[in-house]
Ligand binder design. Structure first.
Ligand code: C5P
Length: 230
């Protein structure tokens, strides 16, 4: 059996819950809770795009050079070290868990994520996360492109203002002061880039349950997702 057929078998037989949506809708938190609830693996696909962006920035590679960025994506040496409830992300031997969350990396990740060659370089790496007993996959195109056969597809959204407010609170708690209007405009810029790119744009799969979390608590969204899985 060749590698491709093994991978197809793996992905098809494993239960996959795809959770897509725009930045700041709460996908990260919810995906972790759902994965913990079922004892499933977790794919934070955004972290892969962030790692490619960070690696390019560190190496001084021109972010406009699609081929060079795709080469970085293909050769990415990354380890996800899971200990209890925390995952440390190690790139080329360095812990970059916090570094990939910086605003300049967020913006650069959204830029390089529009390149078809980069998306295709990361495709199989993402599919390989589908391992027994199951996977919760968090991203923008989990239900449409990476796991179109996922048994459950959720599209989690919220207004740009609500998402900016949550981000504002998170940053404030870390002692980082930011301007609310700038946060809203950054989030809208990322939304535009994610929804308007030609390859795998951000959009709900036809068979996705769309959940608007603007006025819901985390517990309410979690209950809705668990109900959908059942
Ligand atoms: O989800 P997160 O904000 O960490 O993702 C970082 C960036 O990676 C996003 O702004 C988005 O442009 C891109 N991304 C993507 N497809 C995914 C996950 C993330 O294009 N499946």
């Amino acid at each position: 059996m060749n590698t491709e057929s093994v991978n197809v078998l793996n992905t098809k037989s494993v239960f996959v819950i795809a959770i897509d949506g725009p930045s700041g809708a709460g996908k990260g938190t919810l995906s972790q809770l759902v994965a913990k609830h079922f004892g499933y693996h977790l794919l934070d696909s955004g972290a892969l795009y962030r790692l490619v962006a960070l690696s390019a920035l560190n190496q001084g590679v021109d972010l406009q050079d699609e081929q060079a960025i795709a080469d970085i994506a293909r050769q990415l040496q990354v380890k996800f070290d899971i200990a209890g409830n925390t995952t440390r992300i190690v790139l080329d031997g360095n812990d970059v868990t916090d570094a990939i969350r910086h605003e300049n990396v967020s913006m650069s990740a959204s830029l390089i994520a529009a390149y078809p060659m980069v998306r295709s370089a990361l495709l199989q790496r993402q599919k390989d996360f589908a391992q027994a007993p199951g996977l919760v996959a968090d991203g923008r195109d989990m239900g449409t492109t990476v796991f179109p056969e996922a048994q459950v597809k959720i599209f989690l959204t919220a207004s740009a203002e609500a998402r900016a407010e949550r981000r504002f609170k998170q940053l404030h708690e870390k002692g980082v002061e930011v301007n609310m209007a700038e946060l809203v405009s950054d989030i809208k810029a990322r939304d535009d880039r994610d929804t308007q790119r030609a390859t795998s744009p951000l959009k709900p799969a036809d068979d996705a349950l769309v959940l608007d979390s603007t006025s819901l608590t985390i517990d309410q969204v979690l209950s809705a997702i668990l109900a959908q899985v059942r």
